[in-house]
Design a protein around this ligand. Structure first.
Ligand code: MG
Length: 368
């Protein structure tokens, strides 16, 4: 690892093309935290995989900011291991990803090659927020199919499930992959309603029950035909191993922000391959920085179920990087050194609402 001489934190805000609603929250604009590390030879970027509110995962952008400022960046400057910090995986992941990006850029190696990518394109999948009515959802889905998407994930919630999935299947026909995501909004008492989804050829029912309900998921898996995927539950490679071994899921959604960075995500992928489980690359409405990392990760051979891999235009009119675009229903894996993309200075300046800069020669990082 090269010597890190400075770290910058950019809090940015991008308008979403339209609000995104899940079982637990509605997002109308994207706030993100980007980390830049500067070494003697290169700079690298990471994106914090957290949101403004702790409704999806416990970490927030503000908690990540504090942990970066008070714990992680001082440890990095001191040459100490970031692993001593327990939890706070989104903050730790963003900083370690930025360091990795800087190292790879200095070496001229792409992230995809470093991680062990097996393909140069990945199938795109689009996530649709909870709709107001089944016909509206079907119309929205038809629009994405016209753009070339062949796989979709529908957000569902109690009272917004079977008839929405039925309308989507009718609009999509039998060839389009449909996944659904409940964001932990059901309980085992809803088993009959969840079993009713079996009629629609759903590839994966993601996180039907609470994140810590491992054995309840295993019970549910015996009662329904649709394969269960876990997302919020998967906070480490060890948890993934135990989730698969206990029968709680057969699909593992892997998010670098939840497991603590790209190298932890690769270890989680390796656990899935060893256990014969399908991995899927989980997204969090990333800007181009996080999206580049996600696309590179999704190119690993164990990602056998289409992930949250949409074009930048799904969420943003203007991203902070060159946008990721759909080509025949696929996204191209970046081949340049490191992430292969970086924020464009003009776009970054336009959407930055706060910034901090820390220099390693100082005894402790301090805001400027
Ligand atoms: Mg999910």
């Amino acid at each position: 690892m090269q010597r890190v001489v400075a770290v910058d934190l950019f809090r940015i805000r991008l308008p979403l093309t339209k609000p995104f609603r899940t079982a637990r929250s509605t997002t109308t604009r994207k706030d993100a935290l980007l980390v830049r590390v500067v070494t003697d030879d290169a700079e690298g970027w990471g994106e914090v995989g957290a949101e403004v509110s702790p409704t999806y995962a416990p970490e927030t952008l503000d908690s990540a900011h504090l942990v970066l400022r008070d714990e992680l960046v001082p440890r990095l400057f001191a040459g100490a291991s970031l692993d001593a910090v327990r939890g706070h995986h989104a903050a730790r992941g963003a900083l370690s990803n930025a360091v990795l990006d800087a190292d790879l850029r200095a070496e001229g190696v792409s992230l995809a090659a470093f991680l062990g990518a097996a393909r140069d394109h990945v199938d795109a999948g689009v996530a649709l927020g909870r709709g107001d009515d089944p016909a509206g959802l079907a119309a929205e889905l038809s629009g994405y199919l016209e753009q070339g998407y062949r796989s979709c994930k529908l957000k569902i919630a109690p009272g917004h499930d079977v008839e929405f999935v039925a309308a989507a299947r009718a609009a999509a026909g039998s060839d389009v992959v449909i996944q659904v995501d409940a964001n932990g909004s059901y309980t085992l008492d809803d088993r009959d309603q969840l079993a009713a989804l079996d009629a629609f050829g759903v590839q994966c029912l993601e996180q039907p029950l609470a994140p810590d309900a491992l054995l309840d998921h295993a019970r549910l898996a015996e009662l329904i035909g649709t394969p269960i995927g876990l997302d919020e539950t998967i906070t480490s490679a060890t948890v993934a191993r135990d989730a698969v071994a206990s029968g709680a899921c057969s699909v593992v959604s892997i998010k670098a922000g939840l497991v603590g960075g790209l190298e932890a995500a690769r270890r989680t992928h390796d656990v899935c391959v060893a256990a014969g489980a399908d991995a899927r690359a989980g997204g969090m409405l990333e800007t181009g920085v996080g999206r580049a990392a996600l696309v590179a990760l999704a190119a690993l051979p164990g990602f056998t179920v289409t992930g949250d891999l949409s074009a930048s235009s799904r969420y943003f009119e203007h991203d902070v990087t060159e946008p990721f675009e759909l080509h025949a229903g696929r996204l191209t894996v970046p081949t340049g050194p490191g992430l292969g993309v970086a924020p464009l200075p003009d776009l970054l300046a336009r959407c930055t609402i706060a910034r901090e800069h820390w220099i390693s020669s100082e005894k402790a990082p301090r805001g400027r």
